[in-house]
Design a protein around this ligand. Structure first.
Ligand SMILES: CC(C)(COP(=O)(O)OP(=O)(O)OC[C@H]1O[C@@H](n2cnc3c(N)ncnc32)[C@H](O)[C@@H]1OP(=O)(O)O)[C@@H](O)C(=O)NCCC(=O)NCCS
Length: 185
């Protein structure tokens, strides 16, 4: 269990599925996520959570559920971990829209960067964000990610094309910021 100023991070639990399913098929949320073209079932999410556990044990991916005021609100993780070049891809979702725009996402991104660089000893963290997801890329930039490129017309959302913007951050860039993020280690 890791704590930041306002959030607690632990493995995802099967008991998180009902809260996750309350929000996960909301079209406003799904437009921003990778597999957002169709709704997901409770069974698929149960399998996904089980997979996060086996991936964590084998070092392929590291996903955390996070709680605010003891309530499960989101997940953040590192996927496609490359143990030779030492990079990973980051993903994050706050499921309940009531918790968007309060700085909690930025805090969770900072946590996963500290975890990636100073616990897993990775060198680079990458991500892709759709160009219309201003809330997300502002949070990433505030945490220290730098824009590196763009895949044009990468997604077709609500009848129009949007670009994917590519971001990354290196361990040196993160450590230079000297932020104390994880309170209990
Ligand atoms: C992306 C996400 C994790 C960001 O977390 P968050 O807690 O909402 O973000 P924060 O409050 O930390 O920061 C949001 C930034 O966007 C700004 N913002 C808030 N509401 C906004 C809005 N409606 N439109 C644009 N910007 C907005 C905030 O002012 C802040 O920017 P600032 O640092 O310049 O002040 C969260 O919104 C979410 O889960 N969204 C749905 C799923 C998703 O998009 N996942 C990421 C896919 S790449």
């Amino acid at each position: 269990m890791f704590s930041t100023k306002r959030l607690r991070f632990r493995q995802l639990k099967l008991s998180d599925v009902p809260e996750l399913m309350k929000h996960w098929n909301d079209p406003e949320l799904r437009q921003y996520v990778d597999q957002g073209l169709f709704p997901m079932t409770e069974e698929q999410e149960t399998e996904w959570i089980k997979k996060t556990h086996s991936d964590m044990m084998s070092g392929k991916a590291y996903f955390f559920g996070f709680e605010y005021n003891k309530k499960f609100i989101g997940s953040v993780g590192l996927m496609n971990v490359n143990n030779v070049a030492r990079y990973a891809t980051m993903g994050i979702t706050i499921y309940n829209k009531a918790y968007w725009g309060k700085g909690l996402g930025t805090e969770a991104v900072r946590f996963i960067l500290e975890y990636a660089f100073n616990i897993l000893n990775l060198k680079t963290v990458h991500l892709e964000v759709w160009s219309d997801n201003e809330r997300a890329y502002k949070a990433y930039e505030r945490a220290g990610f730098k824009k590196q490129g763009r895949k044009r017309n990468y997604k077709f959302l609500k009848g129009k094309y949007v670009d994917a913007i590519l971001y990354d951050i290196t361990r040196e860039e993160w450590n230079k910021k000297g932020e104390k993020v994880i309170m209990n280690y």
